[in-house]
Design a protein around this ligand. Sequence first.
Ligand code: NDP
Ligand code: MG
Length: 332
Amino acid sequence: MAEAKMYYENDADLNLLENRTIAVLGYGSQGHAHALNLKDSGLNVIVAQRPGGNNYNKAIEDGWKPVSVAEAVKQADWVNILLPDEVQGKVWQEDIKPNIKKGAVLSFAHGFNIRFKQIIPTSDLDVIMIAPKGPGHLVRRQYEENKGVPCLIAVEQNANGKAKDLALAYAKAIGGTIGGVLETTFAEETETDLFGEQVVLCGGLVELINSGFETLVEAGYQPEIAYFECLHEVKLIVDLIFEGGFSKMNCSISDTAEYGEYVSGKRIITEDTRKEMKKILDDIRSGKFANGWLKENKDSRPFFNKERKEVSKRTIEKVGARLRSKMLWIKK
Ligand code: NDP
Ligand code: MG
């Protein structure tokens, strides 16, 4: 397979961002990290954050003078939308589109609204993505430690001829070119991101852990033991895989565990499971998943809220809360 090109510090030029005012819309997980990193990289930043919540108070504590989205957009040469994906379409229509400067840069940290056409930008705008592959608090913490979370960049519209260089410069300003930057498209980033979180990271993992736990408890084993085996140890195993792939993990576990991996793994993830993975990917690509999520939000989230409540009532959550309260190192 051809190797994808990675971009690092010397591939990006921060000077391209001088004399531009960058509006960061939203001071949540990504917003606070981008705003602070951009400022510490010497750039001119305005923060838009609505009053009334914790994020507003945090923005004030961090020394910003937060303004409304409309106000920030009016003043900016670059608008980065770091609002929840499900509200971006509405905020675009009401506050961004009527106020954005001609020829400005419009950027995102995730491709959802462009890929599923909730935002259709005018042709004068550069439309790009800078998507850190990690949560906001890590984007900030790693920057402070002179490390950096790897980023994906993408260009949807190159109206003014320098869109990719601008995306690279922005990635550098938030620390991304230390970790490494990879170019993608809005479609590839959105589809793979949704697939990863549904099939492996969130949907798949949560149900795998819980099903293993409940199988042991229903068979009469102590819930505490089931918790350690099926949840607590996940992190220890994933750390090994993260550091050195499956081979490193296999070197570190016992040969008995490795034999069990080969005997039972494919009984759990079967050909049928793979078929279902393909169907989930089809639902993502056709827009069925996105439309469902947008409709769910229009209806005030009946399914989402019911499921969230049910997960919180699971036995594993109660057992876990009790055990973790004694594991003082976790809180650090
Ligand atoms: P958060 O939920 O952490 O923050 C959202 C921000 O938007 C908050 O400041 C919130 O303010 C504000 N906001 C919410 N609703 C409205 C509204 N109707 N009008 C105005 N402001 C509003 O979001 P994230 O940082 O998680 O996500 C932002 C973007 O980054 C998304 O596109 C996401 O996909 C992407 N992303 C997120 C990652 C992550 O790890 N979290 C990783 C990579 C990309 P308030 O506090 O008042 O609600
Ligand atoms: Mg993701």
